[in-house]
Design a protein around this ligand. Structure first.
Ligand code: AMP
Ligand code: MG
Length: 394
């Protein structure tokens, strides 16, 4: 780990190694969070027909007058009579505008009914929703690479699509290494800790739209490490191993990966926390060796693995970013970029970033309530309160 590389260079090498996965049709009800693999073009106008924006009377616009009510148009049931001068059709919001009508008078501005109704002076076009006002037939409404949220699914449904072509979800295996690891629920014996990485990393995998293909705990032995990683490489598109990537005598992950034919693309990033991060590939399969310290594992997942999972699905790899001013001074690391966990709030100076507290790489509570990672460039001394920093949003 002699030549540490920058965060940007590490990300570049990860993204360079990504070949997007295939596609499949996904029913709309299962498509939340999936990445669209096609451009969705509407085959219809939305709304599909001219309709009423109000409950009231459809008529031919004109001066204040009394009209004969000749029919009714309800949502889903158009009127059978056309509107003629002196007449009106009772109409509900969303009902098709009857032939002949060019305006709707809201019911609260009328008097009388149900047989004859007095209406005020009305302009042509009043309270009418035109066909295609929202979406025109032939228009592209969703682009490939879009992450499908509630609004996207609603729009897809509004143009009549029951399923969408989506990118396959990357299958991800998460392995936690360490003889000290105990599953939550079991009693702790001396020298042991609960494995938090298994759960935090698996949750990050699912949040990134990927599918968990397996989760395991691996002992600190060369054979145990190799066999667990061998299986994971067979089962998954992406293998994420936590711990065991440093230079200690019980760190076997790098050797195991190399023995299994995984080619190293980097080991060591000029980053705190997260320096010993390892990345390699075997064919199209990606393998990440993330540091074991719980904060380092989550931060390096966010900075390096999450972009890969997005790119495998054809989505934008960059996380959203914001610029904020520091609420308080932050010590700079002389050689490494520092990812400080921050909460963001609004103030008169714009967005303000406040550290979540103690920032040790073993202090997982520093991730609680974090809105983002403030990326502090290396340097001497400290960055003063009020300095502008880049924040990668979580
Ligand atoms: P390592 O990278 O294996 O040297 O581990 C660095 C530190 O992270 C050690 O204190 C480990 O006990 C801790 N650690 C490793 N894996 C986990 C895990 N799955 N959950 C919580 N802590 C871990
Ligand atoms: Mg370890």
């Amino acid at each position: 780990m002699t030549d540490l590389i920058s965060i940007a260079e590490a990300r570049r090498r990860v993204l360079e190694a990504v070949t997007p996965l295939g596609e499949e049709d996904v029913p709309l009800e299962h498509a939340l969070g999936r990445v669209l693999a096609e451009a969705v073009t509407s085959a219809i106008d939305v709304p599909p027909f001219d309709s009423s924006g109000m409950d009231g009377y459809a008529l031919i616009a004109g001066p204040k007058s009394e009209r004969e009510v000749i029919d009714e148009a309800r949502a889903g049931y158009p009127a059978s009579e056309a509107v003629r001068p002196g007449a009106a059709v009772r109409i509900s919001t969303g009902a098709a505008l009857p032939d002949g009508a060019d305006a709707v008078v809201p019911v609260e501005r009328t008097e009388g009914g149900p047989v004859r109704v007095r209406v005020p002076a009305t302009e042509a076009g009043a309270n009418i929703r035109r066909a295609g006002e929202d979406i025109r037939s032939g228009e592209v409404v969703l682009r490939a690479g879009t992450v499908l949220g509630a609004a996207e699914l609603g729009v897809a449904a509004s143009v009549g699509r029951a399923s969408l072509r989506c990118a396959l979800r990357p299958r991800v295996a998460v392995l936690a290494t360490g003889d000290e690891l105990t599953p939550p629920g079991d009693p702790l014996t001396p020298g042991r800790i609960y494995s938090s990485n298994s759960f935090a990393l698996s949750a990050q995998v699912e949040r990134a739209g990927a599918a968990l293909a397996g989760r395991g705990t691996v002992p600190d032995t060369p054979d145990g490490t190799r066999e667990a990683i061998r299986e994971a490489l067979e089962a998954a598109d992406v293998v994420i191993v936590s711990g065991g990537v440093s230079v200690g005598p019980h760190d076997h992950v790098k050797d195991a990966l190399r023995e299994l034919g995984v080619e190293e693309h980097f080991w060591g990033v000029r980053l705190r926390p997260g320096k010993p991060t390892w990345f390699g590939t075997r064919g199209g399969t990606l393998a990440f060796g993330l540091p074991g310290n719980p904060v380092s594992a989550m931060v390096t997942f966010q900075l390096f693995a999450r972009p890969a999972l997005a790119a495998l699905q054809g989505a934008a790899a960059d996380a959203p970013r914001a610029t904020a001013v520091l609420a308080h001074p932050v010590a700079r690391n002389p050689r490494r970029e520092e990812a400080v966990r921050v909460r963001l709030h609004h103030s008169e100076q714009g967005l303000v970033a406040e550290s979540t507290g103690e920032q040790g790489s073993h202090m997982l509570t520093s991730m609680l309530g974090a809105d983002g990672l403030a990326l502090i460039a290396p340097g001497d001394g400290e960055l003063a309160a009020g300095e502008r920093v880049d924040v990668e949003l979580l």
